[in-house]
Ligand binder design. Structure first.
Ligand SMILES: [Zn+2]
Length: 346
């Protein structure tokens, strides 16, 4: 730690991280990350850890920023493995830096917050995102970055769009980045952007708990952790959007491609037999959602996020879905498999 001022900001950042992590409309499970630049060191959330644990657990890892940025500029594949740039002497637990570390390193500001904000994602999956965001973010220095896989490809996408003075990034099919010189300013900017992008959720009917309980009985499936998760099965537009494909990386990684929707009269076993797979979640139209019995707490958080996101998408909008190749590169990515393993263990 370089100075006393840096140490104080890191304390403030941990408190802000816990607040962000406690808000399911800003971040879910191990998603989202925060960072502070202290001299040549970038303190960044560790891969697979949850922001909500920022005060109770040691989740920040120090990274040598200069060598990492040089690797991005050289398009060196090493930049896709930020653990190679962790400062071992300050990292006794051997935590891996977030797979999104390059996003933070590229922003020149001292404090960077990256969140999977529900309001932002609901706009970032619409084909008209750039023009709609421009209308809403007037007066803000922002840039739109089309979808790329997190890691080196996303870092290159950001480098292409970054201009001096930009302190807000909307990441297509992904989320939001805000940056500022202090933790307090970053938090203010986060809430300002979020309120400018906010849209009301469509109201959904109540889940049919009796019918869900009957469907779950002996099936190996269970009701979700959050009652909010059901809305995606109860609203016809949300269901159509979720079924049609994968909207953002954590959707694919935690829940699989698209969503499994039961046909009229189907039980859990019928859906499993028809798909020849046990999906993480099954949507029963007009009834609610069931989660596979062994689904992680991260999967529960993502199923709720999917309901929160789809309920805010403009029903008339054309949507950008991740392509089959983009799905595959996320599922087969070793950095993601590591994050999943930690998440399951946690
Ligand atoms: Zn992200």
């Amino acid at each position: 730690m370089a100075t006393e001022a840096d140490a104080q900001e890191l304390v403030a950042l941990r408190a802000l991280s816990a607040r962000i992590g406690g808000n399911p409309h800003l971040t879910q499970a191990a998603g989202g990350n925060t960072s502070l630049k202290a001299g040549d060191t970038l303190w960044i959330k560790a891969s697979g850890t949850w922001l909500r644990d920022a005060l109770s657990d040691d989740i920040m890892v120090p990274v040598a920023m200069g060598p990492l940025i040089e690797a991005v500029e050289r398009r060196d594949p090493a930049a896709d493995k930020p653990q190679a740039f962790a400062i071992g002497a300050l990292n006794p637990r051997g935590l891996r830096p977030s797979i999104e570390t390059t996003v933070h390193a590229l922003m020149p500001q001292r404090v960077v917050l990256h969140v999977h904000c529900v309001d932002t994602i609901s706009l970032a999956v619409q084909a008209d995102c750039e023009s709609e965001a421009a209308r809403r973010l007037e007066g803000i220095e922002w840039a739109y970055v089309p979808y790329r896989r997190p890691g080196l490809p996303l870092a290159q996408g950001i480098a292409e769009r970054l201009r001096p003075g930009v302190d807000v990034l909307i990441l297509g099919n992904h989320g939001l980045v805000v940056a500022a010189e202090t933790v307090a300013e970053a938090e203010r900017l986060l809430h300002r952007v979020r309120s400018l992008l906010a849209r009301p959720a469509r109201m959904a009917a109540e889940p049919d708990v009796a019918a869900l309980t009957a469907l779950a009985g002996g099936s190996g499936y269970r009701v979700p952790a959050d009652v909010e998760a059901h809305a995606v099965a109860l609203d016809a537009d949300s269901r159509r959007m979720a079924e049609a494909g994968s909207l953002y990386p954590d959707h694919v990684i935690f829940l699989g491609q698209g969503s499994a929707v039961a046909r009229l009269g189907e039980q859990v076993a019928d859906v499993v037999a028809r798909l020849r797979a046990n999906p993480a979640a099954i949507l029963f139209p007009g009834v609610g959602v069931l989660m596979r019995g062994d689904a992680s707490s991260g999967a529960d958080a993502m199923q709720r996020c999917l309901a929160d996101v789809t309920a805010r998408i403009d029903t008339a909008a054309r949507l950008n879905y991740l392509t089959a190749a983009e799905n595959d590169e996320l599922i087969n990515w070793d950095a993601e498999q590591y994050r999943q393993k930690l998440n399951t263990a946690g």
